[in-house]
Design a protein around this ligand. Sequence first.
Ligand code: ADP
Ligand code: MG
Length: 720
Amino acid sequence: MTEPPLTLTSPLEAVPGVDRKLASALFALGISNVAKLIWHLPFRHEKEQGETTIAQLEPQAIGTTRAEVTSCRPVNFGRKRFEAVLHDGTDRLELVWFNQTYLAKRIHPGMRLLVTGKVSDRGSAGNARPQMVNPRWQVLGETEPDTARADRLRPVYPASERAKSWQIAKAVESALPSALPLIEDHLPGDYRRSRELPTLAEAYRMLHAPQDEQEVREGRRRLAFDELLLLQLAVFMRRAARDAHERALPLAWSEQLDQRIRSRFPFELTPSQDQVVRTIADDLQRDRPANRLVQGDVGSGKTVVAAYAMLQAAASGHQSVMLAPTELLAEQHAQSLTKMLAGSKVSIALLTGSLGEPERASIERRLASGEIDIAVGTHAVLTDRVRFESLAVAVIDEQHRFGVEQRAKIRAKSAGADSTLWPHVLVMTATPIPRTLAMTVFGDLDVCAIQGLPPGRAGVRTIHAHPQDRADVYAQVRACVERGEQAYVVVPAIDAGQQEPMLIASTNQSTDDVPPPRPMRDVKTVAEELTTGWLEGARIAVLHGRLKRDSRERIMDRFRKGKIDVLIATTVIEVGVDVPNATAMVVEDADRFGLAQLHQLRGRIGRGDKPGVCLLVSDPPTDTARERIAAMTRTTDGFELAELDLQLRGPGDLFDTKQDGAAPLRVADLFADRELLELARRDAQRWIERSPRLGSAGEAVLRRRVLKTHGERFQLGDVG
Ligand code: ADP
Ligand code: MG
């Protein structure tokens, strides 16, 4: 019986040498057919030398050599092992087999062996001796086998217990000859050659079966470039579609309006806020929807900039919405806007998940009729029921992961007469986003930044305290309360039964860096301790996400009014909470929080003219934890901390894989491949200027792949 020829969609069982068991193990790795198998790339290559003398063995490569055993011995203390030494006249080679002491019966001095294994250096540089651990071996007899073979690079694949790297390598090797000719290249030949790129099929071959290192680099470069180019093409298609089709309500602006809005603010804008406000005011006057990211460190004053934009909308008789990441923050924004607009005609409503049904229905009705000018809420409240009469501005607070999809969702909220109109969108974030990332995931956003902090900040001193010094820590809190100031105590868990959260999983975290599980400090226990102990007599309240909205609002309100001295809270207060009279913060178990989180938390104090103190209570269980705490005491610069966070944890969490579907970049590295990214960006821009829809016959495959990879994320469905 002859097998049907392999195609890219053939199941894995059709690949010669792959049985049901291996196929199911591969399936568990997400490899379901031939195309997916070819797509499963090695993450590194091991050099495999042809046979050499001992002296020619290359460290770190897989070497093969033949030589005489001059001595050997089993070692029965410590880790049981069998050691042997080979000599071939050029040098000596040490061999170690762990847990294979039976070899003492098989290998003897005087024998000749053919051995293959990874070569490592043992001993100090200069007199380093080559060594192999657990090499494969074969005793040589009268006739010695011929192993003449050129050097080669052996691919090492992401693998599992049931599908080992070498098994994957064999499957790939057997599928490759039939699969490669079937791979269609989406890049036109002329273009490809002008960028000195191999064909797509050739690139896959170069990674799965490279002749040399140069080929690995070349193949990788092609695939990395592809990813970046496809992404940038999607970005520019999105922009082209936006320019061609998207319209927004132009919002009038004048010097008088500017004065009127500013008179509502309790302070003068800083020069940097001023500049950002003007940029945004310009954006909003256009009939193209603004799509802008406003960066500004914790406490830089982003809220007022957002308020300005919303008031510009209200002045033209249109609506705006402000979305916050937590209910607490939404509540606070609603409150400060209400205060700012006291006595004006502008009406504000708070729309959160904990509203009762009648209240909610009433707000929804008044949003749909245009009676409410400004809505403040959480993302969760943007259900299908919510409709605006004429939504002109949407502000997304503290959410750098906000993508095109979410924008489209908000757009759909405007049920106005002309539903083709998009709102102007402003995304506010304290997370510094590296330029390269801003060009990709956020590629269709304009970016601006508020530099520095408003004047008159007395600053925050950060101190690392050991748990045994908690008496001193709370003595400082007590002193703060006695001065008439307020304090936060941040605790990782709500009650004692709470499980330890998963530690930040990260590939660059070594296993010995994972601390043993420890009991977590919790709000209830800490509150009890403090009320009856170090802070006896102070007015203490607790705040966490499990409280009902009413009680939460009541507590925050009393804290804001100074009727509570110390707020013991979980990270619900992490983002945005603004009480200038709060000057002290204790973070219990500080090492359990990420750097970005600690920075945000600390941003809650030192907001007024009195100096703040942040006390991080921790006995750091790992070096990384120690480093994070040390960084916090060293600097208050959000950019510096974000960079360190990136170093310690990798860029992983900047890409929200849940939101973005598959991680958009498999091969390309936004840092290492910066130049490739610039090139892809320039090329994509020109390409889309020439051919905004990638509509020519020669672009069909390219177009299909761009849409398949990024169509959803960039809402390109309507482009063609
Ligand atoms: P964030 O950028 O973290 O959202 P906020 O908008 O909450 O910062 O502002 C932080 C604090 O600074 C608030 O108390 C706010 O009233 C105050 N603030 C903002 N801008 C100014 C300014 N130009 N002058 C004085 N205080 C300001
Ligand atoms: Mg804010």
